[in-house]
Design a binder for this molecule. Structure first.
Ligand code: GLU
Length: 441
């Protein structure tokens, strides 16, 4: 049985990429991997029934080599420090790959939002932010939405920080805010929009399994939160047929394509997509194994693993969530010629528009939606192109060395996946910056 541990996952991904980075100074890898600063707080909250409950919260600043820390705050009952710390490392790589001047960070509170009232959630958020104190700030570490947090949560974060630091422009302390509070147009859909831009560019350039664009491609999406629902709508507008969708309760399937308006109305009323008329109910596991062209895991980590990877039938897997495919599963998919498009590229649209929001807040500006989306498209296309170039060049190198290898006993090198190529680009940028800055003092 594979060990689903995000820390181990980060290490495995890193090790594979390191092989292509060239020699580094001794100890350099430790510097690249160790989180710079970790804050763990336990704090009391008065609940609606007047009882007191203690919550645990984390904020990990993984790296500030490229700029202030950046990354979401998630609310989830089974959050651990190890998970948050690994996700903070992913943010460092993502920001380096998409080339925004931020380091990486992540945070969260162990709580189940479904069993909490809005009042309790507001108290948890305010108390958590006050406990973090100056560990966050407009030029030190900037939170954003993540699993089970949204623009309301970001509004409370902004308000709390602003009350703690009166007399200055505090809007850039957090991104993903409501538009009235200085949020950016386009931020709500940014992760889905970025995913669409990168997918279209990849299909146009590589044409995997003959797919030149999204027209008539059958798409299955796991997760129907902010990211999954935006992807469903945007991919459908680009011509795809959304045949399967799931959420935490299960999934639905329709061979001729799902009616997204009907899903949205149904989900709002019933809190799930399961049971919608004229659809077939399936399990989350069935959804992953659907006969489709593109599979989009847009939910939690480690969904495609050693035990189910062999049953995936899609030709392309797009990682819209963070770390949905384990390293072992990645190898299995690679051996079946299924291409996996990596999370640090495919969901980087969110942090990219977060960066745009931060710039607008610092300059007291409001860009139009067209301007935001144009800039997002430019960033996603540039990053996709550089990952494709690295992927092609690393594979050429491997084919060359496999052909030169005369000794039959020596194992041939496996082809390089897009994950590794993306990480090589990100790590190269980080190592160059570290060397240029030097190690202080
Ligand atoms: N939580 C998102 C992510 O994992 C967005 C982070 C941000 O905008 O800072 O990429």
């Amino acid at each position: 049985m594979e060990d689903f541990n995000t820390g181990k996952y980060i290490e495995q991904r890193l090790q594979r990429a390191m092989a292509f980075l060239g020699p580094l100074r001794p100890g350099f890898v430790d510097f690249l991997t160790s989180p710079k600063k970790s804050t763990i707080v336990n704090f009391p909250v008065q609940m609606d029934d007047q009882s007191v409950r203690v919550f645990r919260g984390f904020r990990v600043l993984h790296s500030h080599v490229n700029g202030p820390g950046k990354g979401g705050i998630r609310y989830s009952p089974d959050l651990t420090y190890a998970e948050i710390s690994a996700l903070a490392a992913l943010m460092t790589w993502k920001c380096a790959l998409i080339n925004v001047p931020f380091g990486g960070a992540k945070g969260g509170v162990c709580c189940d939002t479904k069993s909490l009232s809005e009042n309790e959630l507001r108290h948890i958020t305010r108390r958590f932010i006050s406990e973090l104190g100056d560990n966050i700030g407009p030029h030190t570490d900037i939170p954003a939405p993540d699993l089970y947090t949204n623009e309301h949560t970001m509004g409370w974060i902004y308000d709390t920080y602003d009350i703690m630091h009166p007399g200055r422009n505090n809007r850039p302390v957090v991104t993903g805010k409501a538009i009235d509070l200085g949020g950016s147009l386009g931020r709500h859909d940014a992760t889905g929009q970025g995913c669409l831009y990168a997918t279209l560019r990849f299909l146009e350039r590589i044409k995997p399994a003959g797919m030149k664009n999204l027209k008539n491609q059958r798409v299955a999406i796991q997760g129907y939160g902010n990211v999954g629902s935006a992807i469903a709508r945007l991919f459908q507008n680009a011509g795809a047929i959304i045949t399967g969708i799931s959420d935490s309760q299960g999934g639905i399937y329709s061979e001729k394509g799902l009616d997204l308006d009907a899903i949205n109305t149904y989900k709002q009323k019933n809190n799930t997509v399961v049971g919608l008329a004229e659809t077939m109910s399936i399990t989350n596991e069935d959804l992953l194994q659907l006969d489709c062209d593109i599979l989009v895991p847009a939910a939690t980590s480690h969904q495609i693993h050693h035990d189910n990877a062999d049953k995936i039938k899609a030709k392309l897997v797009i990682e819209a969530g963070n770390a949905p495919v384990t390293p072992e599963a990645n190898e299995i998919l690679l051996s079946k010629d299924i291409i996996v498009m990596p999370d640090i590229l495919m969901n980087a649209g969110g942090v990219t528009v977060s960066y745009f929001e931060w710039v607008q807040n610092n300059e007291n500006q409001q860009w139009s939606l067209a301007e935001v989306n144009q800039k997002l498209n430019d960033k996603m296309v540039q990053a996709t192109d550089i990952v494709i170039s690295k992927w092609l060049s690393l594979n050429e190198m491997i084919i060359e060395s496999n052909t030169k290898e005369q000794d039959e006993d020596k194992a041939k090198q496996l082809p390089v996946d897009l994950h590794t190529a993306a990480l090589v680009v990100a790590l190269h940028r980080l190592t160059v910056t570290i060397e240029e800055r030097g190690i202080w003092p």
